[in-house]
Structures are given as C-alpha cells and as structure tokens.
Design a protein around this ligand. Structure first.
Ligand SMILES: Nc1ncnc2c1ncn2[C@@H]1O[C@H](COP(=O)(O)OP(=O)(O)O)[C@@H](O)[C@H]1O
Ligand SMILES: Cc1ncc(COP(=O)(O)O)c(N)n1
Length: 275
C-alpha cells in the first residue's frame, strides 16, 4: 500500500489539521502517518490555545518515520514558528521525499494565527523552495507576495510569482473570491483553471487540509500532478457538499460519504452477482 505523511498541527475538534489529513488520506486510498508540530485546543468555533511541540520531538518523529517506512508523499500544514520550519526543512532535505505538498496554513477561520507573523519570511525562504506544489488560499498568497489579489488576472500573476520564489508548481485556491470557487493550477509553464461550483454552507472547517491531503494521497498513488489536483478538487467538492453539522460553528468536511456510497454500490452489485 502507498503511504503519505502529514507534518501538521493537531485540531482537537477533529475537523482540520492532522485529524482531517489522516481521514482524507484513508478516503483517498493511502496509509497515513503523522508528525505533529503543534497541539491546538480547537473546536468548530475557535482556537483556544496552542502548544508548539519541542523541535527535538519533531525531528525524532520525522526520523522515526523515514528511517523505517517508505514515504510516497508528504503534506505540510501548520508549522507555527521559525524554529519548527527550520527543523522540518532539515528533515525534508535529509530524506528528500519525491512529493511535498505545502499548504501554507497561516490563520484559522476564526482569525487565530497558526503561523507566527515573524515566521512568514522563514516559510518563504526555506519551505517554498522544497515544495513540489504550494496550495495557498487568496489571503495566504497575498501575505506571501505582499500585494492584493482581486481577480483572475491577479491570480495568474500570483502563481507565476510563487514559482519565482521556488515552488515547483502552484494551486491557488479561489474559495475566498466572489462567485464560483475556481482554483488556478500553474505547472511552471501552463495555467489550468480547475473550476468549481459554490455550495452554500457554513461548514468549511478543514477544507484546505482536506484538499491538500487528497492531492498528496493521489500523488503517492502515482497520478501526475494535474490528475492529482483534479482528483483533489472533486474530492473536496464532495466533502463540502456532504459536510457535517457537528458543533455550533463551522462544521467539518465529510470523509465518509464517498466510502459509504461505494460500499453501498458494492453491496447492490454483490446482490446481482449472487442471483
Ligand atoms: N463553498 C464552497 N463550495 C465549493 N467549494 C469550495 C467552497 N469553499 C471553498 N471551496 C473549495 O475548497 C478548497 C479550499 O478552499 P479555500 O476556501 O480557498 O481555502 P482554505 O480552506 O485554505 O481557506 C478549494 O478547492 C475551494 O475552491
Ligand atoms: C491544526 C490546524 N491546522 C490547520 C487549520 C486550518 O484549517 P482550514 O483547512 O480550515 O484552513 C486549523 N484550523 N487547525
């Protein structure tokens, strides 16, 4: 079985971070592993507190996984601090995995900073050049590039500028733009608009985590980047369409719908075989 590793923060509410990543890995058909960078006390409404994990323990988790297990793809989420970025960068340079999906998590839906503002430069200087693909939302891309992104032309320029900073390819997510949530994939040469249809719901907690992990899982399974991005996009659409009314704030994406649907289809098919 192919494997994927998430290097990210824990969300006690289960909707984002490591918890979303592992669910998305499973639903997308790979064995998931985790390196925890920070623990957040979080629910669907707010982040109450954050404890960064000691960098020695982060390094040990990375080494424990890579020294023993073949890692087919890595997804990076919340990195919290410049020290964490340095440790993760060193680990990735040591083991050089083939696919690194970088979701540059910065701020939670409720406005809590998950990456210290002074660590943004470290993320740009050290982490971006290692990314096979970076998957920012519009506000994250604006912070990375330092200019506003207001329309599709701006999105194209932003993608090109992020590859100039070292990322091999970019998926700039359009969920925060007006209108349909169209994402722009730039492979370093060509643009591909990955169009979406907006679902009216408040349950969008963990959408970025879910999507980046689905992309990592599909890369681990051997699909090329464009196909992995397209599969990721159709997975996140399904996961938002059937999102769950859990908690009183932004509910989580649904990683089970597709599996249950396939199981049901299988049961139906089995009945016809046994007749
Ligand atoms: N209401 C929605 N309906 C359908 N797709 C959405 C919706 N909101 C976001 N998406 C899609 O979910 C993914 C994550 O989107 P986005 O909100 O831009 O990033 P983030 O979760 O990192 O803030 C993108 O593919 C985006 O187009
Ligand atoms: C631990 C952790 N990591 C990431 C996010 C961002 O979540 P989203 O995918 O909704 O942008 C989060 N809220 N908590």
């Amino acid at each position: 079985m192919k494997t994927a590793l998430t290097i990210a923060g824990s969300d006690s509410g289960g909707g984002a971070g490591i918890q979303a990543d592992l669910k998305s890995f499973s639903a997308n058909g790979v064995f998931g592993m985790s390196v925890i960078t920070a623990i957040t006390a979080q629910n669907t409404q707010e982040v109450r507190s954050v404890q960064d994990i000691d960098v020695n323990i982060i390094r040990d988790q990375i080494e424990a996984v890579f020294d023993d297990i073949t890692v087919d793809a890595v997804k990076i989420g919340m990195l919290s601090s410049a020290d964490t970025i340095k440790t993760v960068t060193q680990g990735l340079q040591k083991y050089a995995p083939s696919h690194i999906v970088l979701d540059p998590v910065m701020v939670s839906k409720g406005g809590h900073h998950l990456l210290r503002q002074e660590a943004v430069t470290s993320l740009i200087d050290h982490m971006l050049p290692l990314a096979t693909i970076i998957t920012p939302n519009i506000p994250e891309a604006e912070v990375i590039l330092g200019y506003p992104i207001s329309n599709k032309k701006d999105m194209e320029k932003a993608c090109m500028d992020m590859t100039k900073l070292g990322a091999r390819s970019v998926l700039l997510k359009g969920g925060h733009m007006e209108g349909e949530p169209d994402d722009l994939y730039y492979d370093g040469t060509n643009f591909h608009w990955i169009s979406g249809t907006r679902i009216e719901t408040k349950n969008t907690h963990g959408t970025g985590c879910t999507l980046s992990s689905a992309i990592a899982a599909n890369l681990a399974r051997g699909f090329d980047m464009l196909e992995a991005v397209k599969r990721g996009k159709s997975y996140i659409h399904m996961a938002i369409e059937h999102s769950l009314d859990i908690g009183n704030g932004h509910g989580p994406t649904n990683h089970f719908y597709d599996l249950y649907r396939k199981a049901k289809m299988y049961q139906e098919a089995e009945k016809t075989w046994s007749n």
